[in-house]
Every structure is written in C-alpha cells, then in structure tokens.
Design a protein around this ligand. Structure first.
Ligand SMILES: Cc1cc2nc3c(=O)[nH]c(=O)nc-3n(C[C@H](O)[C@H](O)[C@H](O)COP(=O)(O)OP(=O)(O)OC[C@H]3O[C@@H](n4cnc5c(N)ncnc54)[C@H](O)[C@@H]3O)c2cc1C
Length: 289
C-alpha cells in the first residue's frame, strides 16, 4: 500500500502547478525540493511575459506559487531526491535517508546544469542571461555578446540582432554557425565573465571585450541516473502530450522536458501531468490499467 498518490520532484513553477491540480483532483501529494533557490525562476529579476502578473520578480512569483500550493494542502519535503525505484505497484523515492512511497511520480527537475563559466551564475539576471526572448528588450540598441554551445543559440542571436545595436557571436562548442550579416563571428574561447563599470567583461583566450549584456545558450544536460530506464530525447526527458514518460505512471514537466524554457510552458505541463496521473490512478483502482 502506497501512502501517497503522487511524489513530485521539483520546486519550480512546474512542480507547484502540478501540486495544485493534483490536490484539486483529490490526490495526496508531496513536493520534494532541493531548494526553490535552485529554480531558474528565482534568478529572473523581472518577468514580463507571465499572464496576469506583469513585471513581477522571480522571487515574488516563486513565493506566490509555493504558498498557494501549501495553502491548498500540498506537503513539502526539503531534500535531494537521490533515486527512484519501482516497488510493487508504485515507486520508492529516496530523499536523503528517507523513503517516500507513492503510486505515481512527477519529475519537475528543471534544466540540468552544465559546467558554467566563472562568474556566470553570480551575474545571471545582472547582465548575463540564458533567454533572448525574456531579456532581449533590456538591451535594446545596446551591444551584446552571444556565447553558444549549440544551434539553439543561432535563432536567439538572430532575434537579438533585430533588437540590439550589435551582436558578437562566440562558440562554446562546435555547431552550425549563423549566416547572418548582422551577427559578427568572433574568435576566441570564452573563459570568464565579470562585472565592470560599462557592463560585462568577457575574457577569451584571444583577448577581452565589454558588452552591455551577455547571452549564454547551451542545450540542457541529461537528467542523470535518478530513474534508470527513463527514455531521453537528447538531454530532455521524452514525454508524450499527456506528459507521460516511457515508464508507466511516471510523468515529467517543465524545463526537464526540453525547449522552450519558459514559466508558462512549465506551469501548463505541470497541470497536464497532474490530470494524466489522476486519470491513470483512477483507471488503476478500477483495474483498467
Ligand atoms: C535569469 C533567468 C530569467 C528568466 N526569465 C524568464 C522570463 O522572463 N519568463 C519566462 O517565462 N521564463 C524565464 N526564465 C525561465 C524559467 O525560469 C524556467 O523556464 C522555469 O523556472 C522552469 O520551471 P521548472 O519548474 O521546470 O524548473 P525550475 O524552476 O528550474 O525548478 C526546478 C527545481 O527542481 C529542483 N530539483 C532538481 N533536481 C532535484 C532533485 N533530484 N531533488 C529535489 N529537487 C530537485 C531544484 O531545486 C529546483 O527547485 C528565466 C530563467 C532565468 C535563469
């Protein structure tokens, strides 16, 4: 007998949205979180594209989402989920030295973090960005650099070229490069980022340059070995339109399912994951699954 219907592993918008809908569907659930401060959202100093809450900081939106879920009845366990194991007709999730038993699991892990440049994490939201769509307008008619490890950065660089006064493009890893005369290809391997009076100083092995803003684009990294057997699409967890993964009664939502890395998408997928889990658990109880 599992004591919980749902264990949700996360602590960002995908997890809180999933928890709220799960509770509305009368499921018992616990959110296991390694800390809301690790959510990408709290790094956003100003969010302008979340419907109904214009110009809100990531911190404030996080507090609103978390407290709404807790007031609705969601329990929260602070800790790192280390492993998920199938057990009987459910799952055992190892959190620190504790074990949670549930009938279904939702993964809302966020994008896995690759190795960052020195200074990158501290300057995120303060001159350094991972999202052209979110932050491009803060650098309107100003010079920016794009540091990209993959083709995904090309589209953003083209978007920024229409907004910023200049776009210098540096490669972090080999990929198909932009062919756009508005984008200047630059030599040199990026080494570090630091704040300076005029903006952000980028140091490369070919020299240094200063920009108003620096955009860094990388594909998310594989979610690791949390749940062996989970199928991936590149580095993202493979899901269908119900947010179901390759393992029955395991769902995934938010940044960990891949691009676009956006709050509205994370919230929508969290909602779908909860509805799918409720339907599948109801079918299981009736003996139809
Ligand atoms: C600087 C910045 C600005 C941004 N601005 C915008 C914007 O303006 N608009 C917009 O739509 N989006 C923006 N984004 C993107 C947005 O923040 C993300 O798309 C969103 O946070 C994804 O939500 P999520 O719930 O999938 O993951 P996250 O918010 O990243 O949350 C993942 C959570 O999972 C937890 N976790 C991971 N692994 C484990 C584990 N094993 N055990 C327990 N807990 C675990 C982490 O601690 C974290 O709390 C921005 C991002 C950044 C970094």
């Amino acid at each position: 007998m599992n004591n919980l219907d749902l264990v949700i592993i996360g602590g960002g918008p995908a997890a809180w949205s999933c928890a709220m809908t799960a509770i509305n569907r009368s499921l018992t659930c616990t959110v296991v979180t390694a800390g809301t401060q690790r959510s990408g959202m709290v790094k956003a100093h100003m969010i302008t594209n979340y419907p109904g809450l214009p110009n809100i900081s990531g911190d404030e939106l996080m507090e609103k989402m978390r407290s709404q879920a807790v007031e609705m009845g969601c329990t929260v366990m602070e800790g790192n989920a280390r492993q998920i194991m199938p057990a009987g007709n459910g799952f055992m999730t190892l959190v620190g030295n504790d074990i949670l038993q549930s009938s279904a699991v939702v993964l809302a892990l966020g994008a896995a973090m690759p190795k960052l440049l020195p200074g990158e994490s501290d300057l995120l939201g303060h001159g350094v960005s991972w999202c052209g769509t979110c932050d491009g307008m803060f650098y309107r008619k100003k010079p920016v650099a794009v540091l990209s490890a993959w083709e995904g950065g090309v589209e953003d660089a083209e978007f920024l070229a229409g907004v910023c006064s200049s776009v210098d493009y540096y490669t972090l890893a080999k990929h198909t490069l932009p062919e756009d005369e508005r984008i200047a290809m630059k030599p040199g391997k990026p080494l570090s980022l630091e704040k300076c009076e005029e903006g952000i100083r980028l140091k490369t092995d070919a020299g240094e340059a200063v920009y108003a803003g620096v955009f860094v684009f990388r594909p998310a990294v594989a979610p690791g070995t949390l749940l062996p057997g989970l199928e991936l699409d590149g580095s993202a967890i493979r899901v269908d339109r119900r947010m179901a993964t390759s393992i029955p009664r395991v769902y995934a939502c938010g940044d960990c399912t891949g691009q676009p890395l956006q709050i509205a998408k994370a919230v929508g997928e969290g909602n779908i994951a909860a509805i799918s889990a409720a339907a599948d658990l109801a079918a299981l109880k009736k003996g139809n699954a």
